[in-house]
Design a protein around this ligand. Structure first.
Ligand code: 5AD
Ligand code: SF4
Length: 372
């Protein structure tokens, strides 16, 4: 008799129980899972990997998430904020190196100075690249007006990880106050979709208190939300955070890595035409972690192009690749490493989420958005 994983893959029904079985698979079953996810990736989104030059432009954050190394109460971090010129230089570097797009990421601030600064930068980046550089924002929860202003200024993708889609688990990872509301985060995802962004979310994998059912629920959450892009990766503990107290309860780091690959593979099977990023946290555990993710279903890589002197202070978690590892993300190096896993670099291309365009195609008279 064929194994359980084969049966599930053959019948195609992916409910919570089936997903849990796939997430738990190892050995020959896992190989089978990976070959199916790789096949689907090739069939639906092709053989190319797209680049987003990641600019971590500030580690100043108003929030206090229990897991994060740059949380407000961590007084050990040296805070920085890149100047406009440094950000624009990094964007120009991305453009000249044919990365196709940039991601502007920072800690979360929500004041009007911050909002207008981003608007100005978006316009400048569009200008310096003759409109050719794609721009993703990843700067947290904002008001509808601000999201709209940025969309109109040229941002076309937005990443906002839900972190944990189970509200009970979310509550364990965040302070219990208005600034860290699960409901508000969800609302923001709805807003982003309504405004017209290609919308990305994601979760951390291997968190304390997290179960396989939670993770299966995360994947179904992404599917139900009809999300366009996902970035998810292993949780990596950080000594100067409250969650370090639960270190002894974590899966070994290798197991968190393996589980993250399983998550990516199952997500590719569940949502065939979305963009899936190979997260930097994978690379923090295994130097070729991102390539391993690309091999089994991911199709986006985010090379870090934050200037070296700042990068070492954007320490979300321990062992985050440092500026001294910079060469790993050079264009030549990326190209050579991708060859190893038999995919081709999509230099100079936006590589937008196919799912986004499918989702927005008129179906009868009803356009498919979240709440319609
Ligand atoms: N381990 C892994 N990922 C983390 N992030 C924050 N802290 C950690 C950690 N300790 C992730 C969150 C956030 C993204 C910018 O970094 O998912 O959304
Ligand atoms: Fe701030 Fe994001 Fe870290 Fe939370 S996860 S503390 S919002 S940078």
């Amino acid at each position: 008799m064929k194994n359980k994983v084969s049966n599930i893959l053959k019948h195609g029904k992916l409910g919570l129980e089936e997903i849990v079985t796939l997430l738990r698979s190892d050995g020959a079953e896992r190989t089978e899972l990976f070959s199916e996810s790789a096949r689907i990736r090739r069939k639906y989104v092709g053989n190319r990997v797209y680049f987003r030059g990641l600019i971590e432009f500030s580690n100043i954050c108003d929030k206090n998430c229990y897991y994060c190394g740059i949380r407000r109460d961590n007084k050990e971090v040296e805070r920085y904020s890149l100047s406009d010129k440094e950000i624009l230089d990094a964007a120009l570097y991305a453009f000249e190196n044919k990365y196709g797009s940039v991601v502007l990421q920072s800690g979360e601030l929500s004041n009007s100075r911050f909002a207008s600064r981003i608007t100005r930068l978006l316009k400048e980046i569009k200008k310096l690249s003759g409109g050719k550089l794609g721009i993703t924002l990843s700067v947290g929860e904002q008001t509808e007006e601000v999201y709209r202003e940025w969309f109109e200024a040229g941002a076309h993708r937005y990443l906002l990880r839900i972190e944990a889609s189970n509200p009970g688990l979310y509550a364990k990872l965040h302070p219990d106050d208005n600034l860290h509301s699960y409901q508000r985060r969800l609302e923001c995802l709805y807003l982003l979709q309504k405004i017209g962004y290609q919308t990305g979310t994601g979760v951390m994998i291997g968190l304390p208190f997290q179960t396989y059912e939670d993770l299966a629920g995360d994947l179904l959450f992404m599917k139900n939300l009809d999300i366009d892009m996902v970035g998810m990766g292993p949780y990596i503990e950080h000594a100067n955070t409250p969650m370090i107290d639960y270190k002894s309860e974590l899966l070994p780091i290798k197991a968190r890595f393996e589980l993250s690959l399983n998550m990516i593979a199952v997500l590719r099977i569940l949502m065939k035409d979305i963009n899936i990023a190979a997260s930097t946290a994978l690379q923090a555990i295994d130097p070729i972690g991102r390539e391993k993710a690309v091999k089994i279903g991911a199709n986006v890589i985010m090379p870090n192009i934050t200037p070296g002197i700042y990068r070492d202070n954007y320490n979300l978690y321990e062992n985050k690749p440092l500026s001294t590892d910079e060469d790993d993300d050079s264009k030549e190096c990326l190209e050579a490493r991708l060859k190893m896993v038999d995919v081709e670099p999509g230099f100079g291309e936006w590589g937008d989420s196919k799912h986004y365009f499918e989702r927005r195609k008129p179906r009868g008279s009803v356009r498919k958005t979240l709440r319609s």
